[in-house]
Design a binder for this molecule. Structure first.
Ligand code: AMP
Ligand code: GLY
Length: 424
């Protein structure tokens, strides 16, 4: 089979690595890819939002299966453009991708189908939002309605901070069109988990639950980032909790989408708060998580191409999805200063030493300059290790992370600390 992978970050590198393991794959292309992905795929310089050029490329190369990594092209309707030309694609169409691209849509769906989530109200008028906040008090969460690259959420400890967030989003249009509406949401207490699932629109097969680390610094301090690391399995998701999450969240959501006339096929990502009352939805994403994909995919025993094809053909129920009895930890190596300003172009050394130690090194923000690998983004590399248990995986991942050097390298030293604490 000929595969086209769309995207160029750590998630796509993990996807490329896992797809390559399938005996079905003869040739893989990636648009735009990155230097790490180029080991497994021929990288082509097409923008992920240029759907016309991507469709033309897929037709020209007789691509059998296209896998879409990031949310933006899915929200644009890239999967619809491919399907309209008879091309097979893993990833939901535009209408189904609204589960991620519009928080107001996702919240309304959950309300209608009684899927557990925080109580909420949607506003486009700042004064009305502020009056609602005064009435309901703090802590409270303010979210931009549209896609804001993970930055459109303010967890406000006080009424004043919540009102300032409303002004920033509605009055000052901090996120442009994405914050022309805001969702004001009840604060939920608990531990978070990322539960990703394969779905063909009917059947739901959950993956191993993961936990990511969004804050920049140890002890969950500092600003939010795209993710500083992740691990799986997350012990907060016990077998009983997983059953509830499938029964109360994932299956009803997939059924609801089908009933609403927008079949969801692909990877459904539920960000869950595990509360005293059970799992409640923080957010939905319409694609693999990043860095979650970098720990979940290395634990997948089965052939990913077979699973993706089963999702497209609605025969996931008959397809085996097996997991390794092991743990995975991913430590993100970031450029100093990230998520604020950071430098690019610093030489990266020690990659082969890290790989020789048994770790997987996924590229997120790297580039080749005159044949040398250099930093080219805030999150530079994801260093993943798999081991029999979480302590072994932590140890292996950090040893590999230390072997890699570049100027101003920054990484968290406490990835998977919650799981480690449960072992000690
Ligand atoms: P989101 O982009 O919706 O995932 O929100 C980013 C982060 O804000 C989440 O990972 C949570 O840590 C936090 N958060 C969002 N909504 C809530 C909520 N209703 N209650 C508590 N924390 C929340
Ligand atoms: N790790 C969070 C996300 O992928 O949205």
């Amino acid at each position: 089979m000929r595969i086209l992978l769309i995207g160029g970050g750590g998630r796509e590198h993990a996807l490329a690595w896992k797809l390559t393991a399938s005996p079905k794959v003869e040739k893989m292309y990636c648009a735009p890819g990155n230097p790490g992905i180029s080991r497994w795929a021929e990288c082509v310089n097409i923008d992920v939002r240029d759907s016309e050029a991507l469709v033309a490329f897929a037709l020209d190369k007789a691509v059998d299966l296209t896998v879409v990594g990031p949310e933006l092209p899915l929200a644009d309707g890239l999967a619809d453009a491919f399907a309209a030309r008879g091309l097979r694609v893993f990833g939901p169409g535009r209408a189904a991708a609204r589960l991620e691209s519009s928080k107001a849509f996702a919240k309304a769906l959950m309300a209608k189908y009684k899927i557990p989530t925080a109580r909420f109200a949607v506003f486009s008028d700042a004064e009305a939002a502020k009056a609602y906040i005064r009435e309901n008090g703090a802590p409270v969460v303010i979210k931009a309605d549209g896609l804001a690259a993970g930055k459109g959420v303010v967890v406000a400890e006080t009424v004043e901070a919540a009102q300032a967030a409303v002004d920033m989003m509605l009055r000052d249009a901090a996120f442009g069109e994405a914050s022309s509406r805001v969702v004001v949401e009840e604060f939920m207490q608990g531990e978070e988990a990322s539960l990703l699932a394969f779905t063909d629109g009917y059947t739901v097969v959950p993956m191993v639950a993961a936990q990511d680390h969004k804050r920049a610094f140890d002890g969950d301090q500092g600003p939010n980032t795209g993710g500083m690391g992740a691990y799986a399995p997350a012990p907060v998701m016990t077998a009983a909790m997983l059953q509830r999450a499938v029964r109360e969240v994932l299956q009803p959501t997939v059924d609801a989408m089908r009933r609403e006339g927008c079949l969801f096929q692909g990877c459904l990502y539920a960000g869950l708060m595990i509360t005293a009352e059970g799992p409640r939805v923080v957010e939905f994403n319409c694609r693999f998580g990043d860095p979650e994909a970098q720990v979940v995919l290395p634990l997948l025993e089965s052939d990913l191409v077979e699973i993706m094809e089963a999702c497209i053909d609605a025969r996931l129920a008959e397809t085996s999805v097996a997991w390794k009895d092991a743990a995975a930890v991913c430590v993100v190596l970031a450029a100093g200063g990230y998520p604020g300003d950071y430098r690019k172009g610093d030489a990266i050394l020690g990659l082969s030493a890290a790989e020789d130690s048994g770790a997987l090194v996924f590229h997120a923000g790297t580039a080749l300059r005159d044949g040398r690998l250099v930093t080219n983004g805030g999150r530079v590399l994801g260093v993943t290790a798999v081991d029999r248990d979480i302590l072994g995986a932590i140890d292996k991942a950090y040893r590999a992370a230390q072997a890699i050097t570049f100027d101003d390298k920054h990484y968290r030293k406490d990835i998977a600390h919650r799981a480690a604490a449960r072992v000690h």
